[in-house]
Design a protein around this ligand. Structure first.
Ligand SMILES: Cc1cc2nc3c(=O)[nH]c(=O)nc-3n(C[C@H](O)[C@H](O)[C@H](O)COP(=O)(O)OP(=O)(O)OC[C@H]3O[C@@H](n4cnc5c(N)ncnc54)[C@H](O)[C@@H]3O)c2cc1C
Length: 474
């Protein structure tokens, strides 16, 4: 009689190493059904860029699984129905997965767990995505969770550091023993049907576990020591790790990153504290399931946002007339990623200069980022808006041209993404509208035709934002 298999259900953990659910499945000694479900019964579908990334990530995972002697089954539909079919088809006796933290997925997983258990299956779940799960770090002084990052991270590190000292990440298995019969796989349908944009987005990226490791090792060998200063310079391609899409798809675990970073014997505290912001964002999401749709601070519910489709479109397409802002938004659309410093500036511009609801920006990033993350994206947008936990105060309004002058003094970043300005002298690169007409002529720029004038005046937009804020609090 054929041995009954166990299911390993991959979700946001598209890797073979340091995958606790996979390791537990292998330990049973039974044949494996390695499964990914493109779930259709999901509250918020992944955005376009993230789906492109997942397509390539799943291809990479599938290749790695094949090299180890098994195959990845891909299905599309409702998770419960698919799992029921597979259990019926294969007589599987157990299922293993790593946990997730969005409210609707927690609910779905709970239901799946109890239904499969009722059928007699052994169901086991693990933490494969975080250093500590959202309920593990609670303030001694009371309350469910920390609302301020610094004390949260101090407390979290007291749990993480001792855990990590002896932690040896699970190695990738040498071989995988797949189920004897090959199961039907649905074709992957994650790529957009009507655009060739997906090819362009993936230029400069490589999805998959091996690529994630190359990136981490490169970063630790040559860049992490300079990270505290270099992380603010958007033209410096190695100033930050660019691990976010790999982390978001689970191609590498935060535990592996922590372990490798500490083993480098360099000063990695600042870098690891950014991983801490990712953890903190998950704490906020877990305790505030509507983080992407509702103000964390209810007093922001009285804020009077403007509805202005034309302005929103100009922002989305990088045509605001502020070169640093436009460069960021074009980088986002072209590469599926934007430098963190510029994210803060473009978000502040939308929320404060244009007075457009942060949820519009959150949704645009959700669709365009290859690493769009339910926790970090929502928490970061609310952070910039001032409506979030431990947020930047609303009255902190980034000046888009001084930010450009400070963090892109030679204009390299602007020239890379706003090429129509590339012949402009550095002195005017962040303020083309101030250049004398002879300078504009020499640079072949006709304002309004080749590049727009600022869509709002900084000083008056700032005053309007502050007045609106004041009014909302009366
Ligand atoms: C408006 C806005 C939206 C954002 N949306 C997302 C998102 O959808 N997904 C996402 O992963 N990050 C998001 N971030 C956070 C941050 O910008 C990115 O994580 C970072 O730019 C990714 O580049 P990196 O991997 O080179 O980061 P590094 O600087 O190398 O940092 C290492 C890792 O730490 C984590 N990290 C760094 N900064 C933050 C932060 N502020 N908050 C949470 N985690 C952080 C990421 O996982 C990152 O990969 C957003 C920030 C802003 C201001």
């Amino acid at each position: 009689m054929p041995e009954k298999p166990v299911i390993i259900w991959f979700r946001r953990d598209l890797r073979l190493s340091d995958n606790p659910a996979l390791s537990a499945a292998i330990e049973t000694g039974r044949p494996l059904i390695l499964l990914y479900i493109d779930e259709t019964d999901i509250a918020r579908k992944d955005g376009s860029a993230k789906r492109v990334w997942l397509h390539h990530s799943l291809k990479a995972l599938s290749r790695s699984i094949k090299e180890k002697g098994a195959s990845l089954t891909i299905r599309q539909g409702e998770a419960m129905a698919i799992l029921n079919d597979i259990v019926a088809e294969t007589q599987s006796t157990a299922i293993f997965w790593n946990r997730r933290y969005e409210a609707d997925r927690i609910e779905a997983d709970k239901n799946i767990k109890s239904e499969l258990k009722a059928k007699g299956l052994h169901v086991e779940t693990f933490n494969g995505a975080l250093l500590t799960e959202p309920w593990e770090v609670s303030p001694k002084s009371g309350g469910d969770y920390y609302k301020v990052f610094t004390p949260y991270w101090r407390a979290a590190c007291q749990i993480i550091e001792p855990n990590m000292i002896d932690y040896v990440p699970y190695p990738a298995p040498e071989t995988l023993r797949g189920h004897s019969s090959v199961l039907r796989s649905d074709a992957l349908s994650l790529l957009p049907k009507d655009l060739d944009w997906d090819d362009k987005v993936m230029q400069g990226w490589e999805a998959g576990e091996a690529a994630a490791w190359d990136r981490l090792e490169d970063f630790l060998a040559s860049s992490v020591a300079d990270y505290p200063e270099a992380r603010d310079i958007p033209s410096n391609k190695s100033g930050t790790s660019r691990l976010s899409p790999h982390l978001s798809a689970g191609e590498i675990s935060p535990r592996q990153i922590w372990h490798a970073a500490r083993a480098s014997n360099k000063n990695v505290d600042k870098f690891l504290s950014e991983i801490g912001w990712r953890e903190f964002s998950y704490v906020l999401l877990y305790h505030n399931p509507k983080l992407a749709s509702e103000n964390y601070k209810v007093e922001f519910n009285a804020f009077h946002w403007r509805v202005d489709e034309t302005a929103l479109k100009a922002w989305q397409t990088g045509k605001t007339g502020y070169p640093f802002v436009d460069a960021g938004l074009r980088q986002l659309y072209q590469t599926g990623w934007m430098h963190n410093r510029v994210r803060m500036v473009v978000a502040s511009f939308l929320i404060k200069h244009l007075l457009i609801d942060w949820r519009e920006g959150e949704a645009w990033f959700w669709d365009c980022l290859v690493e769009a993350d339910p926790a970090s994206n929502a928490a970061s947008w609310q952070w910039v808006a001032g409506s979030g936990a431990d947020a930047s105060p609303y009255f902190r309004i980034f000046n888009p041209f001084t930010q450009g002058q400070k963090f892109d003094p030679q204009g390299d970043y602007v020239k890379a993404f706003v090429p129509e300005l590339k012949s402009l002298p550095n002195k005017y690169i962040h303020t083309p509208w101030t250049a004398p007409s002879s300078v504009l002529d020499d640079a072949n720029i006709c304002l309004d035709t080749d590049y727009p004038r600022p869509m709002v005046d900084h000083k008056s937009a700032r005053e309007r934002a502050l007045a609106t804020y004041k009014q909302s609090r009366q």
